[in-house]
Ligand binder design. Structure first.
Ligand code: FAD
Length: 396
């Protein structure tokens, strides 16, 4: 596979040279040529005004590449040496997929001074850990992370690559899919193997959450998916389990156009919705921003955090960092209390994995009651103060 330039079409306009971030194009005899810096990012293909540039891969090459691919890989995201829970969830699901396919499960770990995390990845089911440990990887960097991952994929040809649909995964993985010239299904909520063609069935909500679409990538490898945190079952760690550690060296050309000057924790990270054991969510039934004070009081009394529907967020009553649902966070606490929440499908996809769901709504036909384990038909402004009073009495 490679970039080819049709010399008979090239006008020597140099647009592609200006676009190329890797100095992979040069002028020879007034026409553009590709050099060894090319990493197949394909930016030049889209920019060429006379469509002289294309990607060359014969059908036979593509079929051979697909047949040769083997192994399930999980991108083991970490920040400051801590991996989010979604990595264990991906390894749990990755193990099930690899066992079904009869292949190896690998984790790819990039960072600086992160080698101790490899033991955790083995314990969670990885047979192999690819470890790139270098000061240049201390802070997450799209460019360098992408270059390393794309090179590893080209060399070892995995069949499947999974990553978390986190801020970091959502930024990195589309670039990797482009560099590897394959497809990507973002924000999956279900993954399975179609046993006949051995393709990955990637399920995700579509059309505003009204249908679940199952997407396949039959002709390119790896099949890539990002997965929402808290929808897959995490691997049970097996202490003492070990595997093969494969060191990955950085190449001299692994450089970036960006430099991290300072890391500032985003405010929304401080709302630890995804990891909370108790979430108390307010919807438009609260009436106004002041209504959230009641939600906050109940959350405080239960040691939980405050969630919100998009209805409440759009009304400007609370920040988006609190939003639960398809375009907010996915949560699965032990206790989820929904106050004045209608139960729209886009909200429910983000909280239906909760262990216990208590809903308070004046409308007995509200769809939230269909997913609630305990439903209270009543006015939240009466029910919540009664709950608070009861909690105080119990504590007293
Ligand atoms: C593409 C797309 C993505 C979306 N993503 C999300 C998302 O991530 N999260 C999300 O939440 N929504 C999302 N939505 C919006 C979603 O469709 C609903 O519009 C939204 O969830 C409604 O919010 P609500 O339940 O607070 O408001 P409403 O639908 O107005 O419901 C308010 C409820 O409060 C009840 N009520 C009123 N007064 C009281 C009272 N005093 N006591 C008790 N109950 C009372 C009412 O009976 C009613 O059921 C999305 C929509 C689209 C199209």
């Amino acid at each position: 596979m490679g970039i080819i330039i049709d010399q008979s079409l090239c006008t020597g306009c140099e647009t592609c040279l200006e676009q190329c971030a890797y100095d992979a194009l040069e002028m020879v005899d007034d026409t553009a040529r590709v050099n060894d810096n090319c990493n197949l990012c394909r930016a030049c293909i889209d920019i060429c005004p006379v469509e002289a540039i294309s990607l060359e891969e014969t059908r036979r090459q593509a079929d051979e590449r697909t047949a040769a691919a083997s192994g399930v890989w999980v991108f083991a995201e970490q920040r400051d040496g801590t991996m989010p829970e979604v990595v264990a969830e991906l390894l749990g699901q990755g193990r099930r997929l690899a066992d079904q396919l009869g292949c190896q499960l690998a984790a790819v770990l990039l960072g600086h001074a992160v080698e101790p995390l490899a033991a955790e990845l083995f314990a969670q089911g990885a047979d192999t850990v690819y470890l790139a440990d270098d000061p240049r990887l201390e802070h997450f960097n799209d460019d360098i992370y992408c270059q390393i991952l794309a090179r590893l994929i080209g060399r070892d040809q995995p069949e499947i690559l999974l990553a978390g649909a986190t801020a970091l995964g959502r930024s990195l993985i589309p670039r990797v899919a482009t560099a590897a010239a394959t497809g990507l299904t973002a924000d999956c909520t279900g993954l399975a193997i179609d046993p006949g063609p051995r393709t990955l069935l990637q399920t995700r909500p579509a059309f505003g959450g009204n249908i679940m679409a199952t997407i396949v990538c039959p002709a390119a490898r790896p099949q890539m998916a990002t997965v929402r945190p808290r929808v897959m079952k995490a691997a049970e760690p097996q202490l003492g389990r070990s595997g093969r550690l494969v060191p990955v060296e950085l190449a001299p050309e692994d450089t970036s156009r960006t430099e991290v000057l300072e890391v500032v924790r985003a405010i929304d990270e401080q709302v630890n919705l995804t990891g909370a054991e108790v979430v108390v969510t307010g919807g438009r039934g609260l009436g106004d921003a002041e209504g959230f004070e009641l939600v906050r009081r109940l959350a405080r009394a239960l040691g939980g955090v405050v969630g919100a529907t998009r209805g409440a967020v759009d009304a400007g009553w609370i920040g988006h960092a609190h939003q639960v649902g398809q375009t907010g966070r996915t949560v699965a606490p032990r206790l989820y209390i929904a106050l004045g929440v209608h139960g729209a499908v886009q909200h429910v996809v983000g909280m239906q994995g909760s262990e216990n769901i208590v809903a308070v709504n004046t409308d007995p036909a509200a769809p939230i009651f269909e997913v609630a384990t305990h439903g209270i038909v009543g006015d939240l402004f009466e029910v919540v103060p009664a709950m608070l009073k009861r909690l105080e009495q119990t504590r007293g």
